[in-house]
Design a protein around this ligand. Structure first.
Ligand code: PGA
Length: 251
């Protein structure tokens, strides 16, 4: 089964407007028109519009880092699917471990956001992954299973086919500790089997599963060589154009 490699940069709470425009220019310069690889950048909300202008026509796609599930109304500080669509987003990251850890994200809110995103025409990048203590106690599969089942609750196959999953072991995020290619492959394969249980083998063979957690130009090639690792969600290494290129085109 050939799945297209998908590399997305998660800029997190980094870059002012000016810095975001410069970084987007650099990403376009380094990664434009890579027909064989899907490339996306996910800047902070305030820079989405400006970055959309920079990447126009380059093939690089735009994503947001979160979204609210309501359509509109009195939800101070929140941003809707329609707002993200209106500035040119195609993707949205949902359920990132930092959202789960610091901002009360639960499997239930992930599910609401996934449904809202799909209803409004955005493709969710659904993040799952275990804490270090969970891995050490042998709960990795249990945790990931619960997150997957929660995220896909009541989702039709047609909708589920539009999603992307990012497996991000929390202990590997921003720590410089990467999962070994074998550790990543093991969980990716487990996720694929879960999807097969929830839907069928047709769907599970088509869903893109990115790896995330200290992925960089040095380890990208080995990770991407694994059969079930279809790309990466890149934090730290997405903040410099040449580093990001090193993941998009690993040597
Ligand atoms: P990292 O972050 O590459 O800096 O570890 C990845 C992520 O949190 O998406």
């Amino acid at each position: 089964m050939s799945r297209k490699i998908f590399i997305a940069g998660n800029w997190k709470m980094n870059t002012t407007l000016e810095e975001a425009v410069d970084l987007a220019k650099s990403v376009v310069q380094e990664c434009k028109n890579r027909g064989d690889v899907e490339v996306a950048v996910c800047p902070p909300y305030v820079s989405l519009s400006a970055v959309a202008q920079v990447i126009k026509g380059s093939g690089v796609k735009l994503g947001a880092q979160d979204v609210h599930w309501e359509v509109s109304g009195a939800f101070t500080g929140k941003v809707s699917v329609a707002m993200l669509k209106s500035v040119g987003c195609e993707y949205v990251i949902i359920g990132h471990s930092e959202q789960r850890q610091y901002f009360g994200e639960t499997d239930e809110t992930v599910n609401k956001k996934v449904k809202a995103a799909l209803a409004g025409g955005l493709k969710p990048i659904i993040c799952v992954g275990e804490l270090l203590s969970e891995r050490e106690n042998g709960f990795t599969e249990k945790v990931v299973e619960k997150q997957i089942v929660g995220a896909y609750k009541d989702l039709s196959k047609e909708d589920a086919l539009k999603t992307v999953i990012a497996y991000e072991p929390v202990w590997a995020i921003g720590t410089g500790k990467t999962a070994t290619p074998e550790q990543a492959e093991e969980v990716h394969l487990f996720i694929r089997k879960e999807l097969e249980k929830l839907y069928d083998s047709d769907l599970s063979s088509k869903i893109i599963i990115q790896y995330g957690g200290s992925m960089n130009p040095k380890n990208a090639k080995e990770l991407l060589a694994k059969e079930n690792v279809d790309g990466g969600l890149i934090g730290g290494a997405s903040l410099k154009g040449d580093q990001f290129k090193g993941v998009v085109i690993p040597q």
